[in-house]
Design a protein around this ligand. Structure first.
Ligand code: G6P
Length: 615
């Protein structure tokens, strides 16, 4: 939530910053702002409500010179989205400007103290409190900007990634982090900072991921000094090489990122599977599991923690792990787990699933699980993010950057990794038969082709979407492995089209949602030929006999369902545990086309953000 970007070097900062803001817009788009510092000490700060494009439009004809600058795209936490609350926030004397991603929890106490010292505030943000505090400390202690930022941060409780500039200090940029991500890009006589590597990658592939409780002083000649916030001792510069290309961050001929990401799934699944299914499709090898064989062998319980679509993937993982590892498995919303005083032992394996690797609740759940002695395993997409750095081991899903706010290829990648995890751990535990491993592993290898097949439904789904674009409510039903698919299908629709949609276990429908069924409310039923096929046929009958309209996701040639459903979308036959992967693709397309027909911005739906770094 919120994206920050900064530049210091020999080029015009504005161009780098605005391009960077566009790349970070997935993190929030309530407002955007920029502060530019010119060599003569002029500090220009510009802000605009809404998207980065609004900021750009408002700057035509304005002075945007300067080779040092910071910028921000906001997902509002404190104060409504307007120009006053937009970042950068400036100090009372207007000599300091700051951008901030995170929340300052004790801002009220700090604010009251500053008011006593004569400070007045123009915004409702916690960030303004921080910049005023830095100014106050600097004036009181007559110290350097670095010392003032450090001293102020020691008084702060909360989460932050910040970048600060000072009017009379055009050669210095100060950054710091605690629980919110910050990457430093090292160029030739220039340095970039950003919430993630996407604004940096076209200038350099040499980066440093700032750690929690670190502060860095970056000077114009690309000199970077990183120190511990706590004891002021220098940290080693751990320079890493990015494996990210600019092409991965562009739409590549598609209308939207979401559409690109849906259609990329055959190739992203290839990347996800690469090197992990060995011996001609007979075995699954995940290094994170193999290296921790003993942990998986002696585990007594698995607990998944996740949020959003990652939580839905966890529900599928639960079923697979239960079946293949013969272990009790629980799935928790990270936000509930962290405050639920959970009973955890050192025989538990906590698996944290997160596309971004930055979700604040999931990170906090990890810290809690670790403090209670659990072994913590991460399943993430963004390489080098906070969650993979804070877990004991893990597996990347390797589906490339996901930019559309609604998760698509990350979800299918997560499910794929969780099935591989269940097979790999099950083999270690001796709880899954070799022929089962072979059957599922070789079917996994065929999944990219299966998804290519499913994507041929695109024109059919696009037509179907026209019929249902103006429905006000949708019900999604599924059973077994596809109950979570129903939840995910409903979430996709509601987040990008703003149509109310509810996912439900098909048999539970008769305990409530059945009362809603009428001709106005379509029911999407995921009904492959699996072990619960006969049961779901009855559930379809229950909907139909109450006058409901049914869109069924079925296997080819399923005449029992074809006779009942109003519309069928046919998916290829795959082993039961893999059906969520093939079934979720037509649901992604259905949500996509309905949202497009309604004129929604599918990549940046209202009120949402891709990376939720606040509680
Ligand atoms: C946000 C995103 C969702 C995502 C969820 C969890 O709500 O919009 O797409 O599923 O966060 O994010 P994570 O990065 O932890 O998977």
């Amino acid at each position: 939530m919120c994206g920050i970007v900064g530049y210091i070097g020999k080029h015009k900062a504005y161009d780098v910053l605005v391009k960077g803001l566009h790349r970070l817009e997935y993190r929030g788009y309530d407002s955007a702002g920029i502060a530019l510092l010119k060599d003569d000490g002029t500090l220009n700060v510009y802000k605009a409500k809404g998207k980065v494009a609004n900021l750009e439009a408002s700057l035509s004809g304005k002075d945007v010179e300067g080779t040092l600058g910071i910028a921000h795209t906001r997902w509002a936490t404190h104060g409504e989205p307007n120009d006053m609350n937009a970042h950068p926030q400036v100090s009372q004397s207007r000599s300091l400007a700051i951008v901030h991603n995170g929340t300052i929890e004790n801002y009220n106490v700090l604010k009251e103290a500053l008011v006593q010292h004569g400070y007045t505030f123009t915004s409702e943000t916690d960030t303004e409190v921080l910049v005023q505090l830095i100014e106050y400390v600097k004036q009181e202690n007559r110290c350097s900007l670095f010392d003032a930022v450090r001293e102020a941060l020691l008084q702060v409780v909360g989460a932050y990634a910040i970048a600060v500039v000072e009017k009379d200090n055009p050669d210095t940029l100060i950054v710091a982090r605690k629980s919110s991500p910050l990457v430093i890009g090292i160029g030739q006589d220039e340095t970039f900072i950003a919430s993630d590597a996407t604004p940096i990658v076209e200038y350099t592939n040499q980066v440093i991921y700032l750690k929690d409780d670190e502060i860095a002083v970056i000077s114009r000649k690309a000199a970077i000094q990183i120190l511990s916030l706590e004891n002021n001792l220098p940290s080693q510069l751990n320079i890493q090489t990015l494996r990210l290309s600019v092409e991965q961050l562009e739409k590549g001929g598609y209308d939207t990122f979401m559409q690109k990401e849906i259609f990329e799934q055959p190739s992203t699944l290839c990347d996800c599977l690469r090197g992990r299914i060995v011996d001609g499709g007979e075995r699954v090898v995940l290094s994170g599991v193999i290296e921790n064989k003993e942990r998986f062998l002696h585990a007594e319980r698995i607990i998944f923690v996740a949020c959003g679509s990652s939580w839905h993937a966890a529900l599928i993982g639960k079923r697979a792990m239960q079946e293949m590892c013969q272990l009790p498995v629980e799935v928790e919303y990270a936000s509930e787990f962290r405050y639920g005083n959970p009973y955890i032992t050192d025989k538990d394996i906590v698996i944290a699933i997160s596309q971004s690797g930055e979700t604040a609740d999931t990170l906090a759940a990890i810290q809690l699980a670790k403090s209670k002695g659990a072994f913590v395993y991460g399943v993430c997409n963004v390489v080098g993010a906070s969650i993979p750095r804070n877990t004991d081991s893990g597996t990347y899903i390797h589906v490339g950057p996901e930019i559309g706010v609604a998760s698509t290829k990350a979800f299918t990648g997560q499910v794929t990794v969780l099935l591989m995890l269940a097979l790999c751990a099950g083999e270690i535990r001796g709880t899954v038969r070799p022929d089962t491993i072979k059957e599922i592993a070789s079917a996994l290898l065929r999944m990219p082709d299966m998804l290519t097949e499913v994507l041929k439904l695109d024109p059919v789904v696009s037509e179907l979407a026209k019929i249902f674009t103006y429905a006000h409510n949708f019900l999604y039903l599924g059973r077994g492995y596809n109950y979570p698919t129903a939840l995910e299908g409903a979430l996709k629709l509601k987040e990008i089209s703003y149509i109310h949609a509810e996912g439900y276990p098909a048999a539970e429908m008769k305990h409530g949602p059945i009362a809603l069924i009428d001709q106005e409310m379509p029911t999407v039923i995921i009904a492959p030929k699996d072990s619960l096929h006969d049961k779901i046929v009855s559930n379809i009958q229950q909907v139909k006999s109450r006058g409901g309209l049914v869109i069924a996701i079925t296997n080819k040639g399923d005449s029992a369902i074809a006779r009942l459903a109003n519309y069928c979308l046919e998916i290829p036959d795959v082993p039961e545990c893999l059906t969520p992967i093939v079934a979720s693709v037509p649901l992604q397309l259905l949500a996509y086309y309905i949202a497009i027909n309604k004129g929604r911005n599918v990549d940046q739906p209202r009120n949402l953000a891709k990376s939720v770094t606040v509680e």
